[in-house]
Design a protein around this ligand. Structure first.
Ligand SMILES: [Ca+2]
Ligand SMILES: [Ca+2]
Ligand SMILES: [Ca+2]
Ligand SMILES: [Ca+2]
Length: 364
């Protein structure tokens, strides 16, 4: 699920989380709009003679594009100033450079939704600052429900010899932690899926696995994978069904479990495929998952050039027989379905028996 970077954007906790100058965050909506509402809001004009400046600093973990959203209204007493009462919104980086800004001049005496697009160019600390505009008379625009929702997808971190590294930064030669120990990356394929692609072809929409949904606190953060990307299931249900406690199951099959779903959002995303000498189980936000699947679905998600490149470099990987990992069971689709149904019915999480086996061969 997305993370809201703003603390107390509802003002339910007064000015907690906010700093700046001449904050007015302790009154009810009704005090400004006369509508009887007990909802707590902030006014962007605290007192006469002082400029209200409300700010909050937060940390962004990775480059990401999103929107700042909030609700704003003009207080009834400022109706004569409609169009000039309001505030500026700025987001600045730690060196003071503005990366997003907007001027908000609400004209209605009820809350309207506003949004300001923002692209964070890199990880770091950023500050949201809202500054009073208009006649400095203690009366003005009110604001509420300030949110900055971000999803750090595309930045799923893969465990490497140097610690977790965003998938999109993985390059050839990187030593990645796999179930069979450290393995050098031979090739990395990237495919940008645009929002239009997702509208046109719903099959390209990824599966989101929310933090902790697999059990044992895994994955550590939300991850998004292509539908046919296979995740390791490690449960006594596998043992009962297949005589071994591990099985690889397509992410789409897991969507009948809590916290795992087809992502309905239509926004650009990147699929990253990592290729080793052999198929490997890598740790994506700690969750064991297949490094690359060149099944029909995955082939469709690769560009012809990428496929050709893989074919040139690793001719064997396009062989339909070359699909399973030694030691891991890839059940037929009906059995994958049955396995997940049994997990759901017995309320077993997919990784209930999982223990990291880094450095050792799972099986020959
Ligand atoms: Ca509120
Ligand atoms: Ca003021
Ligand atoms: Ca005021
Ligand atoms: Ca004012």
């Amino acid at each position: 699920m997305p993370t809201n970077l703003i603390v107390n954007g509802t003002f339910n906790a007064g000015n907690f989380g906010w700093s700046g100058n001449d904050l007015e965050t302790n009154h009810r909506e009704s005090a400004y709009l006369g509508n009887g509402s007990n909802n707590r809001v902030a006014e962007m004009d605290g007192r006469r003679g002082q400029i209200t400046e409300m700010e909050q600093t937060f940390t962004v973990e990775d480059a990401v594009s999103t929107e700042l959203t909030f609700d704003s209204a003009l207080r009834v007493a400022s109706n004569g100033q409609a169009g000039s009462e309001g505030f500026t919104v700025e987001i600045v980086d730690s060196s003071g450079t503005t990366i997003a800004n907007s001027t908000i001049l609400p004209t209605t005496n009820f809350f309207t939704a506003f949004s300001v697009p923002v692209t964070f160019p890199s990880a770091g600390d950023y500050t949201l600052r809202m500054t009073e505009l208009g006649r400095n008379d203690s009366l003005g625009a009110i604001v509420d429900n300030i949110e900055l929702l971000v999803c750090f997808h595309g930045s799923t971190r893969i465990e490497t010899v140097n610690g977790p590294k965003p998938a999109r930064d993985i390059t050839e030669g990187d030593l990645v932690m796999t179930e069979r120990g450290l393995q050098p990356v031979r090739w990395v394929g990237r495919r940008r899926i645009t929002a239009e692609d997702l509208v046109e072809n719903k099959n390209l929409r990824p599966v989101t696995i929310t933090a902790g949904a697999l059990g044992g606190g895994l994955p550590m953060r939300d991850i998004r994978v292509s539908r046919q990307h296979r995740m390791l299931v490690c449960s006594k249900v596998c043992q009962r069904m297949f005589g071994t406690d591990k099985a690889l199951v397509a992410a789409i099959r897991l969507t009948c479990l809590p916290g795992i779903f087809i992502d309905p959002r239509t926004e650009d995303l990147d699929y990253v495929h990592i290729l080793f000498d052999e198929h490997e189980i890598v740790l994506a936000e700690g969750a064991p998952s297949e490094s690359l699947l060149l099944g029909d679905e995955a082939k469709r998600s690769l560009s012809p050039d990428a496929l050709q490149e893989i074919a040139d470099i690793f001719p064997d990987t396009l062989d339909p027989q070359h699909s399973a990992l030694p030691g891991e069971v890839v059940p037929a689709l009906p059995q994958q379905k049955k396995l997940v149904e049994r997990l759901a019915k017995n309320k077993h999480l997919p990784l209930s028996r999982y223990q990291r086996t880094e450095g050792e061969r799972v099986a020959a």
